[in-house]
Design a protein. Structure first.
Length: 290
């Protein structure tokens, strides 16, 4: 839900998000800086909102904002300004997000790799996941998607990849086992790749330390606390502390960046430290495993 201040000629003077179900950390770090660049654009015409590039790492959100402004701008021109011909092209018909096919192909490839067990192919695949779904798209299953699913705040079908992440990932895990955490999670892939760099030089490991099960139970405790608090407060900000929400963001807050860096360092000494011991989203998917 947005509030827009518009000049009589259709120029956007200011734009603010009044209400949103985006995770606050994600909204502040990625979307709001992009909004500032919309001031001075017209709601229609050749140099209008539609010509503004979507923000990398927040494509779904920025495209949704741009599309909403374009559609409502035409209505505003007709009802408030009395302009019937604004020069705006008709809104394009909805089409299937091509990244959905990429995600589906990656899921099939992950199922195949899980069966054939080829270490070199796995390394190449994890590298592609970290770069493609992480650095390029900033799309991964986190506490934000978990709370969206539990609160039934599902993205619209037109959002494509966003809906597939919230609904499709748990469904795949139910049907085929937890292939996501082991193969398709960008941050999990980054941790494993980083750990392998040092592990080949005989890095220390904590695998044999007593209490491994107790440490692994921490992520289920975090999951229980997150879900319980959300059930009481229905506050989407509860997902903000999860580093997966903004792990690949180009506008990470300093504390989040320090946490992400620390988790990567820990992965040198223990394989996928965050995934095994702290990740509430991974704990949820493991409950659905198969």
């Amino acid at each position: 839900v947005m509030a827009a201040a518009v000049q009589p000629d259709g120029t956007l003077a200011d734009l603010r998000i009044v209400e949103s179900r985006e995770t606050p950390a994600y909204l502040e770090g990625l979307v709001r800086p992009w909004l500032a660049g919309l001031a001075g654009r017209t709601l229609w015409g050749d140099a209008g909102i539609e010509k503004v590039d979507a923000i990398t790492g927040a494509t779904v959100s920025s495209v949704a904002i741009r599309r909403t402004l374009r559609e409502t701008g035409r209505q505003f021109a007709a009802s408030a300004l009395g302009l019937r011909e604004t020069g705006a092209a008709p809104v394009a018909a909805a089409r299937i997000d091509p990244w959905l096919w990429v995600l589906a192909a990656a899921a099939v490839a992950a199922l195949v790799l899980r069966r054939v067990q080829r270490p070199r192919l796995r390394t190449l695949f994890l590298l592609a996941v970290a770069v493609g779904f992480g650095l390029c798209l900033n799309v991964q299953y986190s506490a934000s998607q978990l709370l969206s699913l539990l609160g039934l705040h599902l993205p619209p079908a037109s959002s494509g990849l966003a809906l597939a992440t919230v609904v499709g990932v748990p469904l795949v895990v139910i049907l085929f086992g937890n292939v996501y955490c082991g193969y398709l999670c960008p941050f999990g892939a980054l941790q494993e790749l980083a750990g392998d760099l040092l592990r080949r030089r005989r890095s220390p490991t904590w695998e044999g330390v007593p209490g491994r099960r107790a440490r692994a139970a921490v992520r289920f405790i975090l999951l229980f606390m997150t879900v319980s608090l959300y059930a009481v407060t229905r506050n989407d900000a509860l997902a903000s502390p999860d580093p997966l929400v903004t792990a690949f963001s180009r506008h990470m807050a300093l504390p989040v960046a320090a946490l992400v860096a620390g988790l990567v360092v820990l992965s040198f000494f223990h394989r996928r430290f965050w995934c095994r011991y702290l990740c509430p989203a991974g704990a949820f998917l493991s409950l659905l495993n198969g």
